[in-house]
Design a protein around this ligand. Structure first.
Ligand code: SAH
Length: 459
């Protein structure tokens, strides 16, 4: 017999919010049945309307706040919540930092690892305007080319000029570029019809160098007056040292296409991280919060306790930012990364900084870890900084087989981190320091952290 649910669709209820999900939704329970409510915070009492029920959980929306959380920040402008640019904007910053720590402790508790310590989340002094990179969609609204953002989980475009979490200079450059495109009668991309030209504008800006790059992402290669447009961008924004055109002719949500052409200036912009120079090209991955990245890397380096004699592996090395930081204090660093262009940048960046104790390989970290193991390489420290899906068992096994003294795990997803920690523990490694969350993405629900695992001497 079908079990009756404790709530039904379209029912109005009084709820008290108990928790916040990793996506920032409030959770209330009715006889143990969880309801998810957008925009509601823990401790709040609300009048809610049930909008959807499934077998195991449902969704409701706030009709009225009866009691508000002391951590609530009232915002006039709901657009940042609606677009998902800043889903935690209505939570005070100290509460955001606590929330991020709690996501980690809750996950540890679930697998009975509550004995592991988690430090307070390392936050930013000014938790806004931190992004060094913006990629904003371009669409036509009422006959005008606009920059903006899409509403969460939709393709509804909202025109806007201020993006709240991007470097303010980037917002200014975006507006100038928008106006130049308007003046030059350039058309905006139309997603439904797959017509029009400019799909996105990407702007990157060096936090220390103040050099900026503008990438116009276009559906078509041929755009009228391109040279003039590039000239005007540099004339009106002299800090733009590179203007590129990226061609993306496909019907896709992926922002960048394969082909990038230089329109004016340099191919790359340069920035520094912990005093090291990095040339960054349009397509390369580069951490978006430079102030927090420096803290994150310093932590990773301190935890590696390098003396100059060590061999280090940096798996998932991107353009070599961690590798180069480590190479200054180690004997030899091996890096591996799946994107060939990133490895080209990594090699270039090593010589830019006069470092010659690095070897970079293109390929899957899983494959190279096994190769290095078979080659008899004996790393003292293995650094891993994987994407959200975390590590594979085979990578963990090859890493452990090389018997490094330490594994330093930089994670952007606590769920896979906790899963992987368990596997390392089964293979004789222990978490020896507090897990340190570092807030790389204030106002959003992303949680980055550093964990140190050390080999226990039972053999
Ligand atoms: N450590 C770098 C990059 C971290 S992001 C930094 O801090 O800048 C994760 C990187 O892993 C990305 O550059 C991505 O391209 C790469 N990657 C994803 N899957 C991979 C795999 N299976 N093997 C190697 N690299 C991979």
């Amino acid at each position: 017999m079908k079990k009756k649910l404790p709530v039904s669709k379209n029912e109005d209820l009084i709820l008290t919010i108990e928790d916040l999900t990793y996506q920032g939704m409030g959770v209330a329970k009715v006889e143990g049945y969880p309801l998810f409510i957008e925009g509601a915070l823990p401790q709040e009492k609300i009048k809610a309307h049930v909008v959807k029920v499934t077998k195991n959980y449902g969704f409701a929306k706030v009709m009225e706040f009866i009691e508000k959380s002391p951590d609530r920040v009232e915002n006039e402008d709901k657009i940042y919540l609606q677009t998902g640019i800043a889903p935690l904007q209505n939570l005070s910053y100290p509460a955001q930092l606590k929330f991020k720590r709690k996501l980690v402790t809750d996950l540890l508790q679930k697998v009975h690892l509550d004995n592991l310590e988690v430090a307070d989340t390392l936050g930013m002094e000014t938790p806004y305007y931190y992004r060094n990179k913006a990629q904003v969609p371009v669409r036509e609204v009422n006959g005008k080319l606009e920059i903006g953002f899409f509403k969460r989980n939709s393709h509804d475009f909202v025109a806007m000029e201020h993006f709240l979490i991007q470097d303010k200079r980037i917002d200014e450059i975006l507006i100038k570029v928008r106006d130049i495109l308007r003046m030059s009668k350039i058309t905006a991309y139309n997603e439904e019809k797959h017509t029009g030209m400019i799909r996105h504008i990407l702007v990157r800006r060096g936090y220390y160098s103040h050099e900026a790059m503008v990438v116009l992402v276009s559906r078509v290669r041929k755009i009228p007056n391109l040279d003039q447009i590039a000239f005007l961008i540099q004339q009106q924004c002299p800090d733009v040292k590179s203007v590129m055109l990226n061609v993306n002719p496909d019907k896709t949500n992926v922002i960048l296409g394969k082909k990038t052409i230089k329109l004016a200036g340099k191919d790359t912009i340069q920035d520094t991280l912990n005093g090291l120079k990095f040339d960054i090209s349009a397509q390369s991955f580069y951490q978006v919060n430079p102030q927090q990245t420096e803290k994150l890397y310093q932590l990773a380096i301190e935890n590696a306790e390098l003396t100059g004699k060590e061999t280090v592996i940096d798996a998932y090395c991107g353009i070599g930012t961690i590798s180069l930081n480590m190479a200054k204090f180690a004997k030899k660093v091996y890096g591996v990364e799946i994107v060939p262009e990133a490895i080209e940048d990594a090699k270039h960046n090593a010589s830019l900084n006069d470092l010659d104790n690095l070897d970079f390989e293109v390929g899957e970290a899983e494959v190279w870890m096994e190769k290095w193991q078979k080659q008899g390489i004996k790393p003292d420290v293995i650094m891993v900084d994987p994407p959200r899906k975390g590590l594979t068992s085979s990578l963990i096994q090859s890493a452990v087989a090389m018997e490094p003294k330490k594994v330093v795990y930089v994670s952007c997803n606590p769920a896979t981190l906790v899963r992987d920690i368990q596997e390392f523990m089964e293979l004789g490694y222990q978490v020896t320091k507090s897990i340190q969350p570092v807030d790389q993405f204030p106002q959003t629900t992303h949680v980055e952290s550093v964990t140190v695992l050390e080999r226990t001497q039972f053999d």
